[in-house]
Design a protein around this ligand. Structure first.
Ligand SMILES: C[S@@+](CC[C@H](N)C(=O)[O-])C[C@H]1O[C@@H](n2cnc3c(N)ncnc32)[C@H](O)[C@@H]1O
Length: 429
């Protein structure tokens, strides 16, 4: 036997002698070997536990998983539902880029105060800029988030009252975009998710409402084509549980809102609504790129813009094609316009006849199929081109699905865009 082989045998004997034997011990072992919980994160965990907020918190291995996921998704905007003492939030915050933001929702005021103190340890200057803990019932906050400029979130972590998980998943769909990732914690709950006959449910360890909430959540993840999901079981310091992870696909919902939205040419009565959707779309998409004040100036000229569009629509020989998406209630939720290619050089280089000039869909209808219907209404399947912000990868992915591809042309935008570029995308015959 070689000395090396002997060494290996001795090592494996030692390992076996100290082999961890329970899931909790393996968790501790993995934490020591792999997780690299920083002293700061360990402090957050200890402070949460000291405040009586340790029991329901993520484990260090779960925290590290969330941090890795944040980085794997390249997430900049993260939404957490259920903050507790801020331990999972601290891991996510630690993994976010400098210009990222974590918005975490917590119903309990005293708990949220502990979380704020803890997150201030991780990022002392970041409250409001890189992190926010909002106090109140999550559903109320989620509703308000649809009207702010924070969505779409790249990553959503659902970890609050388990009975409402299905509801939170529905909100996650409204507040994300295709490509976003949604994680739901504690979906297994010692197996109750399979049905009420299991031991944990009959022992009362998990309430019927929680068990039902998780079963409904998994059902939604399975049946709604806007999610593509799986779930993994975990054992460890926090017992037998697991999490579900889902990709937001961009498919239309069953019985979709898109089907209840009428797509029609713009009429005088829908011009204002269309321009409001456009202006909000500009804000949500371009705020980071365009000079301060520019978007405010655009909003303050809304009346003039409405008048100009009304005049243009009536002009004889006007070849602009317009489309608006209007709900049953008459609310405009999307708009698009296309016209014959403006620049001769674009037409010669691409052979396209039509150029897509505007295309905006209100956030709640993004991913519902409305955008595709608008594009079809103004372009059909004709060869076309469009110019789109180089950094707007979501828009690139959407137009690629419609058959457009970048053709290599790139142009610097006017000076108020501080050096940003547009690229040209073309759909050929
Ligand atoms: C499982 S703990 C969160 C653990 C935390 N994410 C972590 O991993 O460290 C669930 C939290 O959700 C909060 N919560 C429960 N119902 C809520 C609601 N309706 N709205 C917002 N937060 C809620 C609870 O107060 C509790 O702090």
């Amino acid at each position: 036997m070689s000395a090396r082989a002997g060494e290996e045998r001795i090592l494996s004997t030692q390992d076996m002698a100290t082999a961890p034997s329970t899931p909790a011990e393996v968790d501790a072992f993995l934490q020591a070997k792999l997780v690299d919980e920083s002293p700061l994160l360990a402090r957050v965990r200890a402070r949460s536990a000291a405040a009586g907020l340790g029991a329901d918190a993520s484990s260090p291995a779960e925290g590290k998983f969330l941090a890795l996921l944040t980085r794997l998704c390249g997430a900049r905007r993260v939404l957490e539902i259920g903050t507790l003492g801020g331990y999972s939030a601290a891991w996510i915050l630690d993994a976010l880029p400098q210009d990222g933001h974590l918005h975490s929702l917590e119903i309990d005021r005293a708990t949220a105060a502990v979380a704020r103190e803890n997150l201030a340890l991780v990022d002392p200057e970041g409250e409001g800029a890189r992190w926010t803990v909002e106090t109140g019932p999550a559903v109320k906050a989620l509703h308000q988030l649809t009207w702010t400029r924070q969505a779409p979130f790249d990553l959503v972590f659902i970890d609050a009252d388990k009975a409402s998980t299905r509801v939170y998943l529905e909100w996650a769909l409204r507040l994300t975009a295709p490509g976003s990732v949604v994680v739901v914690d504690q979906v297994i709950r010692a197996g109750v998710v399979r049905g009420a006959e299991t031991e944990a449910a009959s022992s009362g360890a998990v309430s019927q409402a929680e068990a039902r909430g998780m079963a409904e959540a998994l059902e939604l993840l399975h049946t709604d084509p806007r999610f593509d999901a799986t779930a993994l079981q975990t054992v460890g310091g926090n017992g037998w549980d697991g999490f579900a992870i889902a990709l937001v696909t961009g498919a239309a919902a069953p019985g979709s809102v898109a089907q209840r939205v009428n797509v029609e040419p713009m009429r005088p009565e829908t011009v204002r609504g269309a321009l409001e959707v456009k202006n909000l779309g500009w804000r949500q998409t371009f705020e980071r790129y365009i000079a301060d004040g520019w978007l405010d100036a655009m909003d303050s000229r809304l009346d003039q813009d409405v008048a100009a569009w009304l005049t243009a629509l009536k002009r004889p020989g006007n070849r602009t094609r317009t489309a608006v998406a209007v709900t049953e209630d008459g609310e405009v939720v999307g708009m698009a316009s296309a016209a014959p290619v403006l620049e001769e050089s674009d037409r010669l280089a691409t052979g396209a006849k039509w150029e897509l000039f505007t295309m905006y869909v209100a956030r709640a209808w993004q991913g519902s199929g409305v955008a595709r219907r608008l594009a079809d209404a103004v372009l059909g399947d004709e060869p076309a081109l469009l110019w789109v912000l180089e950094e707007n990868s979501r828009a690139h992915a959407f137009f690629e699905k419609l058959g457009f591809a970048p053709d290599g042309a790139r142009e610097e935008l006017p000076e108020e865009w501080s050096g940003a570029h547009d690229i040209r995308m073309v759909r050929r015959a």
